[in-house]
Design a protein. Structure first.
Length: 153
């Protein structure tokens, strides 16, 4: 576990997610347990990838990924993206706004990949956007503003 309370950090050395860093909530009974374990990988300056394996509990009654789940994954992915970009302290930041544009129906089974991009950073805020894909097809797009975590005094 890292000093910010995130379980994971080192790239995984075997299995499907070799080369990706795993991120799991170390505290039981938090909302992140509903979303599941995320996997992150840097994708260049100011960019990160966050992946998630989908499961039956993420579906709606039409057997597609629930829109609320996709929004929750987007919120999770912003923080995972910041973490893998080197902004570890910001996992304790706060989402001020998050918008979603649903571009296609997500399926249960294939992995979701969120491409997170840091657009701008100010003294107190981080402005980000992302595209969520599944099997290379767009499922949703999003933008968010994150208020940075306070620095310890």
């Amino acid at each position: 576990m890292t000093s910010d309370g995130v379980a994971g950090g080192e790239p995984l050395s075997e299995g499907k997610w070799t080369g990706w860093a795993g991120w799991a909530e170390p505290r039981p009974d938090t909302f992140l347990q509903v979303i599941g374990r995320g996997y992150m990988r840097a994708a260049g300056p100011g960019k990160g990838l966050v992946a998630l394996e989908t499961r039956a509990s993420h579906r709606n009654r039409l057997d597609m990924l629930h829109g609320g789940f996709l929004a929750a994954f987007a919120d999770h992915a912003y923080f995972g993206g910041l973490w893998i970009m080197g902004h570890e302290a910001q996992v304790n930041g706060v989402t001020l706004d998050l918008t979603m544009q649903y571009l296609g129906a997500g399926k249960v089974g294939p992995d979701l990949i969120a491409e997170v991009e840091l657009l701008r950073e100010t003294g107190r805020l981080l402005f980000l956007r992302m595209l969520i894909t599944q099997e290379g097809e767009p499922v949703a797009a999003s933008t968010a503003t994150i208020r940075k975590a306070p620095t310890p005094r």
